[in-house]
Design a protein around this ligand. Structure first.
Ligand code: GLC
Ligand code: CA
Length: 554
């Protein structure tokens, strides 16, 4: 495998709106991010991915862009952005922006021009169809609920939006549109960006001609998934984008790729793949139901292990997958992957180590390094996210009580991860001096960055140790490039694997409250990390305490 500059890095995702507010308007901003770069540096972070902060009506919190060349005033100015890139560079850090090009905003000038002249140049930037009374162009259900088709204002046409109606899909079949996208990417890379996280990218290729599929709910609509399974030839677009943009700059790109077929992995992330890396969502999609969140299954420790190992086996050494515990679209990982009632400092550290030591590139989502948890929404009025509001309605429509519907939202809401970052025990978690745009998790008085700073036993300190291990010259080669081999795979509530390179490391986590014994095949040389102060051992037999995790050099 050809070595790349980003292989040994540690990445961190910032959700700008909720990270740090520098001017008291209750909304996180770029100057706020700049003021926290030293915090990230201290943690050991190299690559920082910013969720969108371009000009946007924020219908989907910035994933609806009205100007790809401007910063939304709520987040700051282009000068702030330039300063962020420069300040990051000073610290040997790289900034990634979010590339949202499956769709733009209905307030983008392309869309406005398409409304003015649907048969002109910009009409062809979108998927437009003639409006027919009582009949939709296709029966696809948007990811955020309802039909994917909406009337094109002022015309007798309709436009396609696989996400919200304020996010019209861009027509990638049109070379003029693709040119605009590449121009924009290169413009940003010329500014000195490290690269991009690439949003919702599998949706850019539609199965043509657009047509109906078997409905899967009483609404008579079908999941977009069915169309995407049929769509062929996305590789032509992605290969062209790589060659015209990222490749020329040796930029880093990580794709939000779902449902890839196993035989496509080399095309996506092999040598000369479309992307440098792509996220592993195997755990996050586990248990999802076509019916909606209310019907989704709980993931157990054994399922979690299975999901992680499946991905590792699939990827092997073809390329580098990006491992996550959570992101801005998911509930907090500690609330999801640790069995109910067992979420504590030890179990949070165990989950961190098991995930962080997988082969691939670790991404930390803001607050994950503090062990931030899901928030308890007292009522649906406290929820902002459009997807959560839709799922609430879906549950009600399916006959669930309001409390049951709210419970589903509490478990899966994207807002769980979007509550303000917990910096300190001060008012509003030290996030803002104003009124935060979204409720702060009341547990900030205990879970916050300041309280964990000088505490060697904190989750934050444990993440620092994990990051330091990945960078330690003695172990780096093994942690970054070593192969991964599962051990004791059939043991219940135990997740263990070797990382083998020039050293052999054993990562083992007791994924339960009760103790559990393991017998090592030989003596270990050194304990590299332990979330307890000591190890209970008798010759080669170790009694792991509840949620104990060990990284041993063998
Ligand atoms: C991606 C983003 C998500 C957004 C969607 C539409 O899945 O991560 O937040 O809502 O794309 O852009
Ligand atoms: Ca602000």
């Amino acid at each position: 495998m050809t070595k790349k500059w980003w292989h040994d890095k540690v990445a961190y995702q910032i959700y700008p709106k909720s990270f740090y507010d520098s001017n008291g308007d209750g909304i996180g901003d770029i100057p706020g991010i700049i003021s926290k770069l030293d915090y990230l540096k201290d943690l050991g972070v190299d690559i920082v991915w910013l969720s969108p902060c371009y000009k946007s009506p924020l219908a989907d919190q910035g994933y609806d862009i009205s100007d790809y060349y401007d910063i939304d005033p709520r987040f700051g100015t282009m000068e702030d952005m330039d300063r962020l890139i420069a300040e990051a560079k000073k610290r040997d850090m790289y900034i990634l922006m979010d590339l949202v090009v499956n769709h733009c905003s209905d307030e983008h000038e392309w869309f406005k021009k398409a409304c003015e002249d649907p048969d002109g140049k910009y009409g062809n930037f979108f998927y437009l169809r003639d409006k027919k009374e009582g009949e939709l162009p296709t029966n696809w259900r948007s990811y955020f609920g309802g039909s994917c088709w909406e009337d094109l204002p002022g015309t007798n046409k309709q436009y396609l939006h696989v996400f919200h109606k304020k996010q019209p899909d861009l027509n990638w079949e049109n070379p003029e549109l693709r040119e605009e996208v590449y121009k924009n990417i290169n413009w940003w890379l010329d500014k000195g960006l490290g690269g991009f996280r690439i949003d919702a990218i599998i949706n850019i290729k539609k199965a043509l001609p657009l047509h109906d599929y078997e409905p899967d709910r009483d609404d008579g609509l079908c999941n977009i998934k069915k169309m995407l399974e049929e769509a062929q030839g996305i590789g032509e677009f992605l290969g062209e984008m790589r060659d015209r943009t990222f490749k020329k700059y040796d930029a880093f790109s990580v794709g939000e790729v779902f449902n890839e077929k196993e035989e496509e992995i080399p095309d996506f992330i092999g040598e000369n793949g479309y992307f440098s890396s792509m996220f592993d969502f195997n755990e996050t999609i586990f248990g999802a139901s076509d019916k909606g969140w209310y019907d989704s299954a709980v993931i157990t420790p054994d399922d979690y292990k299975k999901c992680c190992f499946e991905t590792q086996a699939k990827i092997g050494n073809i390329g580098f997958v990006s491992n996550i515990i959570e992101n801005h679209d998911e509930p907090r990982g500690v609330s999801r992957y640790i069995p109910e009632g067992d979420c504590c400092t030890e179990s949070k550290k165990m989950l961190a180590a098991l995930n962080f030591m997988l082969r691939g590139l670790p991404f930390i989502y803001q607050g994950q390094e503090l062990g931030m948890e899901n928030v308890h929404f007292n009522s649906i009025d406290e929820v902002d996210d459009i997807s959560s509001l839709d799922e609430y309605q879906v549950a009600l429509d399916a006959g669930k009580t309001p409390e049951e519907a709210l419970q589903a939202v509490r478990r899966f809401s994207r807002d769980n991860a979007r509550t303000p970052m917990q910096w300190s025990a001060e008012e509003n978690a030290g996030f803002t001096t104003g009124t935060p745009w979204l409720k702060v998790n009341p547990n900030y008085t205990e879970i916050n960055a300041a309280a964990q700073e000088n505490d060697p036993a904190s989750v934050r300190s444990f993440y620092k140790e994990l990051i330091a291990l990945r960078k330690n010259p003695e172990y780096k080669e093994t942690v970054v490039y070593g192969s991964l081999e599962p051990v004791w795979e059939d043991r219940h509530n135990l997740m263990a694997y070797y990382r083998k390179g020039d050293k052999t490391l054993l990562v083992v986590g007791n994924y339960q409250r009760e103790e559990q014994q393991i017998t090592l095949p030989g003596a270990y040389k050194k304990v590299l990390l332990n979330n307890y102060p000591d190890i209970t051992e008798d010759a080669q037999t170790i009694t792991l305490k509840g949620y104990q995790v060990l990284i041993l050099e063998m």
